[in-house]
Write a protein that binds this ligand. Sequence first.
Ligand SMILES: *[C@@H]1O[C@H](CO)[C@@H](O)[C@H](O)[C@H]1NC(C)=O
Length: 383
Amino acid sequence: MAGLIDFISRKLFSTPEAIKEPDALRIGILGAASIAPAALINPARSHPGVVITAVAARDRTRADKFAKQHGIQKVYASYQELLDDPSIDAVYNPLPNGLHYEWTLKAIKAGKHVLLEKPSCNRAEETRRVFDYAKEKGVVVLEAFHYRFHPSAHRLRQIVSSGELGTIQSLKGALTLPRGIVGADDIRYNYSLGGGSLMDGGTYPVSFVRFLTFAEPVSITSAHARPAPDARVDVGTIATLAMPGDVSATIECDMALPPRFWIVPRMFDMGMTVKGDKGEATLFNFVLPMLYHYITVKTKDGKSRTEKVYVPPSTEGEWECWPKAEASWSTYRYQLEAFVDKIQGRKPHYWVEADDSVKQMEAIEQIYAKSGLGSRPASTFVL
Ligand SMILES: *[C@@H]1O[C@H](CO)[C@@H](O)[C@H](O)[C@H]1NC(C)=O
């Protein structure tokens, strides 16, 4: 999946390498993760304020190969060695979920800013501690909810907030993958590493529901998990969240949807539909809108329209502080812009606040409690 995103991003949206500023932020990567090229390395090419200078992996050969492939100067055979390098300003943490807490704390201790893959930790309590510590140390930590930095997500929220759909009644969002993409031995099936579909794809619709409604679930009405061979891990989860004001939100995630009627392969579903008493709007592909997306709005007076929002649609109102983006910008490129702006003391066009990340993790834990699988294991790491 990550490889596919990267391939498409590079082929279709390759942007020229920017001339780097002398004070460009130096970022190191913890782990030779397959998501890193799409999520950081390629976006960094077109950003004048960022250079990717180092990668660390426990497997030296893997790290060397990764560095060579992506033109990264320094290679470390341990994460700690990278953190001990004083020339590195910030790190990207795409390690398995169960290691987010430990290595983010260690990075903060080393005085590094952290771009932290979602989910931020296994537990809300850990997320809270991470952000408290970051505040104490004066470093920036950002949970990498990249889709939220893209204008398409904000445009849907603007439509919802405008009242055009009337009073909001329900939302339905998904991130499901057909069987065959995530291998049976994938770490996402490993409970002790924080595995589970809700911890992976499921974070997106949960986060998007919270983003669109500016609210947290009042309770979880229902949650059903499709268990993996290790029954503590969900291959997929379907849940209904009771949002304030009698709004019902259904989220679905799955890492390996079986074919329908055994033969028809399922397609990717990465959509969100919001229904109100005066109409409905759908954002098709809110997760990777840079590849392709559209927003359809249908109102009960019979009107309908379609919008595509690759760049900020305006320079006024809430769009005023958005960067001058190019249509080639991926969600990750938009995110990197904000991450660098925040670290350099400029106002980012959007930000995922610490409290938002804590509440996101609370929602995930509540859904796991309702489905009966329970929260992922707490880290045993003590700083
Ligand atoms: C899960 O990951 C841990 C840590 O890497 C490993 O020790 C364990 O064997 C893995 N479990 C499975 C079922 O693969």
